[in-house]
Write a protein that binds this ligand. Sequence first.
Ligand SMILES: Nc1nc2c(c(=O)[nH]1)N[C@H]1C(S)=C(S)[C@@H](COP(=O)(O)OP(=O)(O)OC[C@H]3O[C@@H](n4cnc5c(=O)[nH]c(N)nc54)[C@H](O)[C@@H]3O)O[C@H]1N2
Ligand SMILES: Nc1nc2c(c(=O)[nH]1)N[C@H]1C(S)=C(S)[C@@H](COP(=O)(O)OP(=O)(O)OC[C@H]3O[C@@H](n4cnc5c(=O)[nH]c(N)nc54)[C@H](O)[C@@H]3O)O[C@H]1N2
Ligand code: SF4
Ligand SMILES: [Mo]
Length: 734
Amino acid sequence: MRHYRICPVCEACCGLEIRTEAGRITSVRGAEHDVFSHGYICPKGVAVKDLHDDPDRLRTPLIRRGNTFVEATWDEAFAEIAARLPAAQAAHGRDAVALSIGNPSAHKMGLLLYVPRLAKALDTKNIFTASTLDQMPKQLSCGLMFGHWLSIPVPDIDRTDLLVVLGANPMASNGSLWTVPDFRGRAKALRARGGRLVVIDPRRTETAAIADEHHFIRPGSDVFLLAAMVHALFGDGWVRPERLSPWLAGVDAVRDAVQPFAPEAVAARCGIPAPSIRALARQLAEAERACLYGRIGTCTQTYGSAASWLVDVINALTGHLDTEGGAMFPKAAAFARNTEGRPGQGAGIVTGRHRSRVSGAPEVFGELPMTLMAEEMETPGAGQVRALVTLASNPVLSAPNGDRIARALAGLDFMVSVDLYLNETTRHAHVILPGSSPLEDGHWDVPFPQLSVRNHARYSAPVLPRPAGHLPEWQILTKLAAIARGDGPDADPVALDDTLVRRDVERLAGERADAVLAEVSRWTGPERLLDLSLRAGPYGDGFGARPDGLTLQRVADATGGIDLGALQPRLPELLRTTSGRVELAPAPLLAELAKARAELHAPAPPMVIIGRREVRSNNSWMHNLQPLAKGPERCTLKLHPQDAARHGVVDGQRVRIVGPQGAAEAPVELDDALMPGVCSLPHGWGHDVPGTRMTVAAERPGANLNALLDDRLRDAPSGNAVLSGVSVTLEPAG
Ligand SMILES: Nc1nc2c(c(=O)[nH]1)N[C@H]1C(S)=C(S)[C@@H](COP(=O)(O)OP(=O)(O)OC[C@H]3O[C@@H](n4cnc5c(=O)[nH]c(N)nc54)[C@H](O)[C@@H]3O)O[C@H]1N2
Ligand SMILES: Nc1nc2c(c(=O)[nH]1)N[C@H]1C(S)=C(S)[C@@H](COP(=O)(O)OP(=O)(O)OC[C@H]3O[C@@H](n4cnc5c(=O)[nH]c(N)nc54)[C@H](O)[C@@H]3O)O[C@H]1N2
Ligand code: SF4
Ligand SMILES: [Mo]
């Protein structure tokens, strides 16, 4: 049998063609007929088969008894949770139960669409997610500028003449906050039609290797580079926002704010000569169609929010925001808040509605910084976190000072994990509820069509049946929500879902609620939420009002999806700021820039560490899959030969890397693609922790980059962790 399945691993969201025989997967390849990815696939996509078949993947709930986990029935597992979770809430208050939400949640509609429900039922301030290890600065800056945190413009690569990539390596990552399957093919096409690709990165990356131009940049200095580019745009008369002008607020404030950052003033700090900085600004200004794109390298630093903001300021000032071939806003078919409500104006965003108990960090979009989770668990007093629910989250490896997180988890009164593995984090749980193999779920990407290089609607149905009795993740979350609400372990998640959906539909549709619910009655769970959103959305059938419009059935029937066309300009319709304009100079970001000024002349540490991504790895959780794990050792410390000589180490030698809060050991790989003074170790490794069940990963555990990093460093306005450019020392391993 041939099946169509959207890959749930990374943001490229490629369509896969999966063949099965007698309930077993026989092959996985790229789906040629996918209207969006056209057959593109990477080795991780093929590995969904290995994930499905992995004997270590959990298939039964586990309950910890003493030091061992025992298999349990679903009823026993929920009974255990019902006996302990509400007790923690009752004894210590709602905030005593925290929620930790990891990256794979964004790739499963059964998780993502049900997280808000669980969060509401828990009613806790202590919500921590991978967003504050990743893109929160961009969400914040876009929220401030455009009025919603998912109104993030993406490069219109297929129509651009110049793409400048800052702090991203889409050749390895396949794109982020930018759903762009087959980046390589699109970059090649860009160059074939005479366009240019420029990369600015402390490492001459795989993306830099196919680019026309590469500049090294000192880690953490993007805010200075970008401010200087803005300075150059104003100074040299290149500010031409053109059709955007009527909607831009704050142009003069931006000009004033960048005054201290002349290219000559920042050159040493960035490691980029002033003429090159001016040339970068000029190239962007002069190109008919151009786009500056910044990603995780620009976020995971002390001035991540300011850097993320200045990227869009530059696109706006050069007239490349919201124009063909520039940085454009997708219009998603479902779940996009920027297609709802009154076009062109809205409530804007508010942050800091509450603060973290110990450090007083502001809430941002309902979350607190992941780097503060451990202190909320360790610090006694009213509101101390005593229990935790993790959803597809592995902070022990993925967040800075992971050892401290592990100790904090070990001290909890109660912990529940919804996960596929018994790993470095979930080994601390008292109950583990197994998530499902992606091949057993229907799939729609909830966030990624809002970030896609082309508008489209794609759905894939389950490839294989769910094993008898295995609850889908949306039901697991609904049952956890029921328990947190005090409904006990026996609550029927399907009935509760019905009740909650009816309540929401009644609120939105009023008298038409019964008719609307009847329209979507063929679906349950996440599919029903999807059909509701799709039909009410910008391409939807309006529940019959626009008979040609989309319904989930119509999308499901179109295997390979429905193309909804190239991106179109959306300003001012997209805006949800209170002013109805693009806020080019939000006060909190101007304040960050003023703060950064004081650090313009800070001395460079002799050696700083950065991460890296590699095609055969995905954060911390795919190292147990043999086809990805085999081959050369990937968790190496890349080091410039000059630096190796300075430290007296040679290729292949093991070194001890000492960071602000810990140390790790890894073999050295000499590589002149590194900027001198910068070394690189990938994150997500360190699978040598006892008590886990990841046999393949344990064979070559690698070193945990996050054991070295400093959980005290963060971008202040967004709470995002600083994961790049942290000072380390190297010594030969004893
Ligand atoms: N130093 C450094 N640290 C980093 C980064 C970096 O660049 N440098 N990157 C950061 C970024 S961008 C991110 S997004 C985070 C990621 O960090 P996390 O959000 O913690 O994600 P992962 O490390 O990928 O761990 C995913 C967890 O989900 C489980 N899982 C996988 N699939 C499923 C599923 O379908 N269902 C369920 N229930 N569970 C599943 C896995 O077993 C694993 O426990 O790491 C961050 N950490
Ligand atoms: N194969 C693979 N794909 C993935 C993942 C994975 O782990 N493996 N993870 C997924 C996730 S969760 C995410 S968020 C995305 C991230 O996707 P990308 O943003 O493309 O992430 P990286 O490949 O880490 O690229 C970041 C680049 O920033 C550079 N850099 C580091 N510090 C600085 C700095 O201070 N300034 C500048 N300008 N550059 C800097 C690094 O050298 C690196 O080349 O990838 C996703 N895709
Ligand atoms: S690029 Fe990402 S979405 Fe595409 S096959 Fe690879 S892992 Fe899956
Ligand atoms: Mo991420």
